[in-house]
Design a protein around this ligand. Structure first.
Ligand code: ADP
Ligand code: ZN
Length: 634
């Protein structure tokens, strides 16, 4: 489970996906709720009807009770007669609807004198009894109406309503909304991107200047960069700087169950923007609709194509004088349809790189503005330790640190909180409940020690920063390595060393325990991917300088088939196998030669669970290995 800085850091923002499943569950819940309410009402009604459990007796029996003077008063409501007995209990009976109480009782032989001494109250037909008889009819109707209303409401939520089908769901940010306003000052780093976008800002502020001189104003700007590099933020900042409304919609929101909805949403979005021009339209994740058309997979292709065409039509359709700028963001520029990139469309491209060390420090400084820091905080150190972090990662690091401090009842964030948060953001939270058996703990310790040892003995692997056998996220343990300096280019020897280092855990398990667990499976996956990329993408193998994968998209490999012949495919596979085997041998040689160091590291790991860089280097020195030093550039 070697974790280097690039692994395990997926696109954490874009989870979610279609919500219809959730909505469906919502409706079921509502139905159950409605049913329960219905049951309660029915029960309550029948309870009221039976009138506190008054026993109902035949009219003949009722009459004889009256004759025996056991009933002192009678209430008549419609055809229901209720008699109160001497002991204050009551009995009920029914009489014929169109016969009076006197007639009925007389017919059953109650004497007139008895009747005259009995207290008889007749309630009008239109009293409670009348309404009471209507309740069984009205209630179900009301209930049905209620149900229909309820369901309709639910369905509306489930995106199926006919009313607002094609309406765009754009969120508009008003330029006068101070709370929502973002400016270039809020975006740290990204100097080049800001410079490029300044031109757009100036155009939106004073379009006339540009139009008068006949300058071509871009209509579309494509922001490209990894997730969390601040694309959305930058687009908002352009709107904020120019003081124009910002209409925001995500590419995935065009996707609908029904073909044509996406296209009509696009139309709506542009109409809306034209009305509030000058304005910025921002389409996030444009790759969701703008994928190369032929590459569409499955049934949803058609709707997407229409959506894409509509975007193109709209972009061609407005004049520069309309003061609209369409900005779009993607982290997959390689899969975009070429038609989107033509002149007059998204012909401006702004690339957002992952921030380098000084930019990371700047981003951290932006995010501490609202947070009280302890005196020991040194953002420079944090920036050094976070290569590969995006702006969003850094923002979440700051937030995690604040949560840690608050949970421990402190008023300020300390350096220690920040350091602990780095690992949390990188690898996920610690899983303290994940208890290893002593045997598993031993295997994990040797596995991680294997990675660390191999990394320390190979010249082009990054130095080890920390080793841990505390489970985090998906990893049972991890070896964290960080480069001395940020790497922009990977060399062949660095690849080979990385592959060997990934193999370190596997080899250590095999050599020490004579057996292999499922632990190294992810390591092998990572290593194999690297080896395959070396062969098919970077020309770093015996096959020579040749690229064999379709541009960019690995997922498309299976669909397009291969660009190369079967026999060439075999050569690729055997090259990959050779690279893997050689890496395995290199790792094995190191582990066997330095077995004493491996044991020392693993034993220490079992004892303390975490080893930081300084202790680790001491262990290496004690076992005759010289730790790596930063290379001096000549
Ligand atoms: P993207 O759209 O590229 O995925 P976002 O613009 O949504 O990324 O960025 C996510 C969050 O990351 C922002 O809300 C912000 O807090 C933080 N962030 C990213 N880049 C920067 C930056 N350069 N300066 C300050 N904060 C940033
Ligand atoms: Zn491993």
């Amino acid at each position: 489970m070697a974790k280097n800085k690039f692994q395990n850091r997926g696109d954490n923002k874009k989870a979610g996906g279609p919500k219809s499943g959730m909505k469906f569950r919502g409706i079921t819940q509502q139905l159950v709720g409605a049913f329960i309410i219905f049951m309660v009402i029915t029960w309550a009604y029948s309870y009221i009807q039976t009138g506190k459990n008054t026993p109902t007796i035949p009219i003949s029996e009722f009459a004889s009770l009256v004759s025996q003077k056991q009933i002192s008063s009678i209430t008549v409501a419609g055809d229901t007669i209720t008699g109160i007995k001497e002991d204050k209990t009551s009995v009920q009976s029914k009489k014929e609807a169109n016969a009076s109480i006197f007639q009925t009782l007389s017919a059953y032989g109650v004497s007139t004198s008895t009747l005259s001494t009995t207290n008889i109250t007749v309630q009008g037909e239109k009293g409670l009894a009348f309404w009471g008889s209507l309740i069984p009819i009205i209630l179900p109707i009301l209930f049905l109406a209620f149900m229909i209303w309820w369901l309709a409401r639910g369905i509306k939520g489930a995106n199926m309503q006919a009313l607002s089908f094609g309406q765009s769901r754009a969120k508009i940010i008003d330029p006068n909304d101070a709370k929502e306003k973002v400016t270039f000052k809020d975006v740290a780093g990204a100097k080049e991107a800001k410079e490029e976008l300044m031109e757009i800002v100036e155009f939106l502020r004073a379009p006339k200047k540009f139009i008068d001189i006949g300058a071509q104003i871009p209509k579309g700007v494509l922001l490209m960069g990894a997730p969390g590099t601040g694309k959305t933020m930058l687009a908002r900042a352009v709107a904020g700087e120019a003081g124009v409304p910002f209409l925001h919609l995500s590419g995935s929101e065009f996707e609908e169950m029904f073909v044509g909805v996406g296209a009509s949403r696009v139309r709506d979005l542009f109409d809306m923007a034209k009305k509030s021009s000058p304005a910025i339209i921002f389409i996030d994740e444009i790759d969701a609709v703008g994928r190369t058309r032929s590459a569409s997979i499955g049934g949803q292709g058609e709707g997407r194509e229409q959506t894409l065409n509509q975007i193109l039509v709209e972009m061609d359709g407005f004049e520069p004088t309309q003061n609209l700028i369409v900005m779009a963001a993607t982290n997959r520029p390689d899969v975009l349809d070429q038609a989107l990139l033509r002149p007059g469309r998204f012909d401006r491209r702004v690339i957002l790189e992952l921030p380098d060390r000084s930019d990371r420090e700047a981003i951290l400084s932006v995010h501490i503005k609202t947070k009280p820091l302890a005196e020991d905080v040194n953002l420079k150190v944090i920036a050094e330790r976070t290569p590969g972090f995006s702006g969003a990662d850094l923002a979440s690091l700051m937030n995690e640190a604040a949560i840690l401090a608050a949970r421990e009842g402190r008023k300020t964030i300390a350096q220690y909180d920040l350091i602990r948060s780095i690992e949390k953001v990188m690898l996920g939270p610690e899983r303290k409940s994940h208890v290893l058996t002593p045997k598993e703990k031993k295997i994990t310790a040797y596995h991680e020690a294997g990675h660390a040892l191999v990394a320390s003995c190979l010249p082009d692997a990054d130095p080890v920063h920390k080793i841990s056998i505390i489970a985090r996220g998906h990893a049972g343990g991890y070896t964290l390595k960080l480069p001395f300096d940020e790497r922009r280019l990977m060399s062949k020897s660095a690849f080979l060393d990385d592959i060997a280092m990934s193999m370190g855990g596997y080899v250590a398990e095999k050599e020490i325990f004579g057996d292999i667990t499922t632990g190294p499976s992810n390591d092998l996956q990572v290593a194999t991917n690297m080896a395959r990329a070396m062969v098919t993408k970077y020309g770093m193998s015996e096959l020579g300088p040749i690229a064999l994968v379709p541009e960019g998209d690995n997922q498309m490999r299976g669909i397009y088939g291969k660009d190369y012949s079967e026999s060439f495919g075999e050569k690729i596979d055997s090259e990959v196998k050779r690279i893997m085997d050689e890496a395995w041998q290199r790792a094995r040689t190191i582990i066997l030669e330095k077995k004493n160091a491996l044991i020392a590291i693993a034993e220490e790991l079992m004892r303390v669970e975490n080893i930081e860089r300084a202790e680790f280097e001491n262990l290496l020195i004690a076992n005759g290995i010289t730790p790596k030093k930063r290379e001096e550039v000549v």
